[in-house]
Design a protein around this ligand. Structure first.
Ligand SMILES: *Cc1c(COP(=O)(O)O)cnc(C)c1O
Length: 427
């Protein structure tokens, strides 16, 4: 039974409910395997007639506690944790898409997702059409083919920091009869709950704000349970599965059909599961997500405003800034804050940007974002360097762009550090 608690209470206490005498804190069940009393019990588990753990590749009690907390916070009907965010995205897509089929995706995506879609899925026979998220409904619809299986986007695009127009995207997805899959990594369910805006499937890189402390690589897929799979397009969900003696997912698992299928087929067969230890750490971090995201957002807004007025800064992008092209969408979909990621350009272009990065002291240069510490990064030469310059521009990466992940340190110290590093840049 899910309790009707508010967000902060669910973040702290949701997902794991110990019985009398059991550990108060979600324990690390560092066990690959489980014990049974009779053979019929195991047979029922293998037939999916009864819920229970069989093998840690498929499920584990620690991982389940973490999955359920994320599921409650997002407002879904079920979640599957994975070894990484990339694994979550891959499984979310492959669960309803196979060779000869097609996806439509926003062009402003995380670099790893872009290469997964443009290169690796292509090798598996899945084509992806990228569309500028500022396109009209008609333009997005024109990217669809009869074999299109899903529409994909990110709540806050990486690293262009555009906020997705959920209403527009969900209208198109509904009209075309496909689920809308959203990467909600940068917002977290504290700042945005996509299922409230017509989204059907949410994915996260749990490596980022969910863990929040940069200790564990992980991912998660959450099912909104709000898509009508029975529209004639998804036989893998409505028709018998020979790998489970003809089981029909929709008939048996109702609104949780998609997420159950993902666990018992793709997680079973491909195996990118989250380890119990990483689930413990990710769960530990998630317990404070509401406090951290509030502070990340406050600090980011203040730093963005400070940089806007700085003489060495050419431009600043942050969806929480008045005048940002995404400002209205941020007010609508991210009312509690626009998260902790900022992009800006140092006057003098790529060279000046490098000087800045080489001189920060409190902020550090890492290839990571979205934990409690302040980080800086130059995407054109780092995260997005495998893309051609054309692809970089389409993804919102200009040569002078510096991405900042604003931490929860004291904002006065962060501003002072940026000011001294910008002071080293010669105009
Ligand atoms: C980091 C990231 C990913 C990939 O997640 P990993 O955990 O690194 O595999 C996907 N989407 C977004 C938005 C990310 O920031």
């Amino acid at each position: 039974m899910k309790k009707q608690w508010n967000f902060a209470t669910q973040a702290v206490q949701g997902g794991y409910e110990p019985k009398a005498g059991e550990p108060r804190v979600l324990p690390i069940y560092q066990s690959t395997t489980y014990k049974y009393d009779d053979a019929d019990h195991v047979a029922r588990l293998f037939n999916l007639e009864e819920a229970g753990h069989i093998y840690t590749r498929i499920s584990n009690p620690t991982v389940a506690g973490f999955e359920e907390k994320v599921n409650i916070l997002e407002g879904g009907v079920g979640a599957v944790a994975t070894a990484s965010g990339q694994a979550a995205i891959m499984l979310a897509v492959l669960n309803i898409c196979q060779a000869g089929q097609h996806l439509v995706a926003s062009s402003t995506l995380y670099g790893g997702t872009y290469t997964l879609f443009s290169t690796t899925l292509k090798k598996l026979g899945v084509e992806v059409t990228f569309v500028d998220p500022n396109s009209t409904e008609e333009e997005i619809e024109s990217c669809f083919q009869p074999n299109t299986r899903a529409l994909y986007g990110e709540t806050i695009g990486n690293p262009g920091l555009n906020v997705l127009d959920f209403e527009k995207f969900s209208i198109v997805a509904k009209k075309m009869g496909v689920p809308l899959i959203i990467d909600n990594t940068f917002a977290t369910p504290y700042l945005c709950r996509p299922f409230e805006h017509g989204v059907n499937i949410v994915v996260h890189s749990a490596t980022k704000y969910i863990d929040g402390h940069a200790t564990s690589v992980g991912g998660i897929v959450v099912d909104g349970g709000n898509f009508n799979w029975d529209n004639g397009k998804y036989p893998e969900i409505t028709e018998p599965d020979p790998s489970y003696h003809g089981l029909r997912y929709l008939e048996t698992f109702k609104e949780a059909a998609y997420i159950t299928k993902l666990r018992v087929t793709l997680l079973r067969d491909m195996g990118p599961s989250m380890s119990p230890f990483n689930a413990f750490l990710s769960n530990q971090g998630l317990q404070t997500v509401h406090l951290r995201m509030k502070k990340h957002s406050e600090n980011a807004l203040e730093l963005a405003q400070y940089l806007e007025g700085h003489e060495k800064v050419a431009w600043v992008k942050y969806p929480g800034l008045k005048g940002n092209p995404s400002y209205q969408l941020a007010q609508k979909y991210l009312p509690l804050g626009a998260s902790g990621i900022i992009a800006f350009g140092v006057k003098g272009g790529a060279e000046a940007g490098k000087t800045f990065i080489n001189n920060v002291e409190l902020a550090t240069l890492v290839v990571h974002v979205a934990d409690i510490r302040t980080y800086v990064l130059h995407p054109a030469s780092m995260t997005h360097r495998q893309l051609t310059e054309e692809q970089q521009i389409a993804a919102g990466v200009t040569p002078d762009l510096i991405r900042v992940s604003v931490g929860i340190e004291d904002i006065e110290d962060i501003k002072a550090d940026f000011n001294q590093a910008l002071g080293k840049v010669k105009l």
